[in-house]
Ligand binder design. Structure first.
Ligand code: 2HA
Ligand code: ZN
Length: 296
């Protein structure tokens, strides 16, 4: 190899090593670290079996600084109507999965399966800045995503990620465990030692409701003021976090706890994590847990 060629090769492999092989041969927004992380997360969720067919959706609130290097985002491609109003997010940009799109296909073609939108000044429309290449639209669950972002930002300005998914064991548990917030939280806390530390505020629960509507969006957002995780009865879960890892890790922990429950609920239980032990954990790790769940 000539010296120049070697140098070029080294440069490419260094880049690939730093940001993952997917950036080689790509340009513009397709090289953005936030897109790589978004795609990685949806692919993981698919492989975990949480997001069959077009199930699940993901949204990420973008900061101006993250998109400065991508001039293609300054030319809106088309305007879409939201069907609801989120004045709190006017001017904000989000990367979001597309409606009827499969998490399975995200890695292969992010530009068709996702898109970046900017909420217009009226809060009722959005400009498509990139993606949805086949003329698609953002997820049918956009009301729940945008309203949840607003709710989380009102209590935590650093929140950036909202996810919706159908984790298998958590969903199975919905059919055999009371859908009561305190009872469900207590059971899940009991299933893994770390649970009370990872979600000390517990989990919110909504009864079965029609999905894809502004009503379920408003109900989810109301819960999101108190909880980072909201179970949609007999449907799935919403999770929020400051980073992809945080939102994913939260749902992953809850799904693991639900799996332990589903593996043991029909067996004779001879051991448990007691309430006083959970209190000991919370005190040791310095977390403030939701009151009214552990016996005082
Ligand atoms: O978008 O999961 O709740 C697919 C869904 C709807
Ligand atoms: Zn769903």
């Amino acid at each position: 190899m000539l010296y120049q060629e070697t140098k070029k090769y080294d440069e490419i492999s260094r880049k690939a090593f730093r940001s993952g092989p997917e950036i080689v041969g790509k340009s513009g927004i397709e090289t953005a670290p936030f897109l790589a992380e978004f795609v990685r997360m949806t692919s993981n969720m698919y492989r975990l079996g949480w997001d069959e067919r077009n199930g699940g959706n993901l949204s990420y609130l973008l900061e101006e600084a993250e998109v400065r290097d991508y001039p293609e985002l300054s030319h809106p491609k088309r305007r879409i109507s939201l069907g609801f109003c989120v004045p709190e997010l006017k001017g904000r940009m989000l990367l979001v999965t597309g409606t009827q799109k499969y998490f399975k296909n995200m890695e292969r073609d992010p530009e068709t399966n996702t898109g970046i939108i900017r909420i217009c000044e009226n809060g009722e429309e959005a400009d498509v800045l990139w993606g949805f290449r086949d003329g698609g639209r953002p997820t049918s669950e956009l009301p729940s995503h945008l309203m949840s972002h607003v709710a989380r930002l009102s209590v935590n300005p650093a929140n950036k990620v909202v996810l919706h998914s159908h984790p298998t064991n958590l969903l199975a548990m919905n059919y055999v465990h009371p859908l009561d917030e305190n009872q469900l939280t207590h059971t899940l806390w009991q299933m893994c030692t770390e649970c009370i530390v990872v979600f000390p505020e517990g989990i919110g629960v909504l009864p079965w409701m029609l999905c894809g509507t502004s009503e379920i969006g408003r109900a989810t957002a109301e819960k999101m003021k108190e909880f980072r995780v909201v179970v949609w009865g007999m449907h799935g879960v919403y999770g929020a976090g400051n980073t992809f890892d945080e939102a994913f890790g939260l749902v992953e922990t809850i799904e693991k706890a639900a799996q332990i429950y589903m593996l043991t609920a029909h067996l004779k239980q001879i051991n448990t994590i007691r309430d006083d032990q959970m209190r000991e954990l919370a005190e040791f790790f310095g977390v403030t847990y939701r009151k009214g769940i552990l016996k005082e």
